[in-house]
Design a protein. Structure first.
Length: 56
């Protein structure tokens, strides 16, 4: 009996984050001082935070 694997049965949902100004928060990767930094940036007001949950 052929069954689907356990990983194919799970559903993945992406969570969208929004800034207090109403803009959508996107993750960006910056390369500065020889290090890679991931930052969250609001598309509307250009505010930068370390992670998307910091906008709340």
């Amino acid at each position: 009996m052929a069954q689907a694997s356990k990983n194919s049965r799970t559903t993945s949902a992406t969570q969208k984050f929004f800034c207090s100004c109403g803009g959508e928060v996107k993750m960006k990767t910056l390369f500065e001082n020889g290090k890679v930094k991931n930052v969250a940036e609001c598309e509307k007001c250009k505010r930068l935070e370390r992670r998307p949950s910091d906008f709340n």
